[in-house]
Design a protein around this ligand. Structure first.
Ligand SMILES: C[S@@+](CC[C@H](N)C(=O)[O-])C[C@H]1O[C@@H](n2cnc3c(N)ncnc32)[C@H](O)[C@@H]1O
Ligand code: SF4
Length: 343
């Protein structure tokens, strides 16, 4: 019997426990969001991972089992576009059956979330979904996703998730100043009163190809100011320690919005997250430059005890707070792509 009590779990060098494991299921995507997977990338030598490089369902299940005694309670399946991973529902059922796992969330662009798919995922054990949508206007959305994907179909995906019981849906909106900041009020208006929660995310300097510039970051404080001027807002407490979004509610009872201020107000202090890339590299920080190779250890015949020791040591040795140090130390550091590591 595994010891799943929180006291058995190690803290990192800054005293942070491990709680969330974000698993990227593929580095592929059917969108080409300009802030994440820009089309230009494909003109160069970018090569997607071959199938054999991806962790298998058996390997993922074993990894999650080993992580539970180390503190992991929440899983988030992401990518690339996680719904491109064949048979994802089977994987979800296998992960949901692991003792100690309390929540399985999914982050998706919503394009493949049909009513049947949403129901199957909910039945298999997904408890929450976050769907990314950067605009309500089709022209602006096309400019963001760069594959002419219509807004309407993402809205359908959101409805399908809600109808399957995956409520409330969180909507992730990355704001690039001058590109889609005119969509803040339309998006807020659209989802006010729907019980879904839009979270406006500052454009982050992840990856090496998205042409990030500080002047394209619209600080969350400005997002809140703009919404507040239209519909007064009041701050809300965090739902749980380590929550990355700052929450606000409409004073008139229209629900909630959030902001994720990863650039202007980094939040490393409460970071309980570990990321696993699709090819089995563990990243102790979104801004980590090199992953720790789990896949070769999984495939080298290491037994569970040795593997668990290695995983525990990895977390115990963690001292990353790159987001807070970014301006001082990380300007010239190589950066891993968001589509590879999983947002
Ligand atoms: C990498 S995507 C993967 C899951 C799925 N394809 C999706 O778009 O939701 C996860 C999240 O990261 C966000 N993201 C990607 N690049 C970003 C960037 N440069 N700055 C801020 N957020 C980013 C996306 O908007 C999305 O909400
Ligand atoms: S943000 Fe999501 S949908 Fe957009 S390119 Fe990246 S992985 Fe694909």
């Amino acid at each position: 019997m595994v010891d799943t009590s929180p006291s058995a779990a190690p803290a990192d060098r800054l005293g942070r426990p491990l709680r969330d494991l974000r698993i990227s299921l593929t580095d592929k995507c059917n969108f080409r969001c300009t802030y994440c997977m820009p089309r230009e990338l494909f003109g160069s030598e970018h090569v997607f991972l071959p199938r054999t490089a991806l962790l298998s369902f058996e390997e993922l299940e074993r990894t999650v089992r080993l992580f539970v005694p180390l503190g992991v309670r929440k899983l988030r399946l992401t990518g690339g576009e996680p719904l491109l991973r064949r048979d994802i529902t089977t994987l979800v059922s296998r992960l949901a059956a692991i003792e100690g796992i309390e929540e399985i969330a999914l982050t998706s662009n919503g394009s493949l979330l049909t009513a049947d798919r949403a129901r199957a995922l909910a039945d298999a054990g997904v408890s929450r979904v976050t769907i990314s949508l950067d605009a309500l206007d089709d022209d602006v959305f096309s400019r963001m996703n760069d594959v002419q994907f219509p807004v309407e179909r993402v809205l359908e995906g959101i409805d399908n998730a809600a109808a399957a019981g995956l409520r409330p849906v969180k909507i992730n909106t990355v704001i690039r100043r001058g590109v889609n900041d005119d969509q803040i009020l339309p998006l807020a208006a659209h989802f006010r009163g729907s019980a879904h929660v839009v979270r406006f995310i500052e454009f982050m300097d992840v990856g090496a190809t998205n042409g990030w510039r500080l002047d394209e970051v619209l600080p969350s404080a400005s997002v809140i100011e703009r919404i507040h001027a239209e519909w007064p807002l009041e701050p809300l407490d965090r739902n749980y320690a380590g929550e990355v979004a700052q929450r606000w509610r409409y004073a008139d009872g229209g629900g909630e919005v959030g902001v994720i201020s990863s650039v202007t107000q980094p939040f490393c202090g409460g970071c309980t997250r570990l990321r696993l890339s699709a090819d089995g590299k563990l990243f102790t920080c979104l801004f980590g430059t090199a992953g720790h190779d789990l896949r070769s250890r999984l495939r080298s015949g290491l037994d569970d005890r040795a593997l668990a020791q290695w995983l525990g040591d990895l977390w115990r040795g963690r001292s990353d707070r790159y987001s807070e140090q970014r301006s001082e130390h990380t300007v010239d550091m190589p950066r891993v792509e968001m589509s590879y590591i999983g947002g």
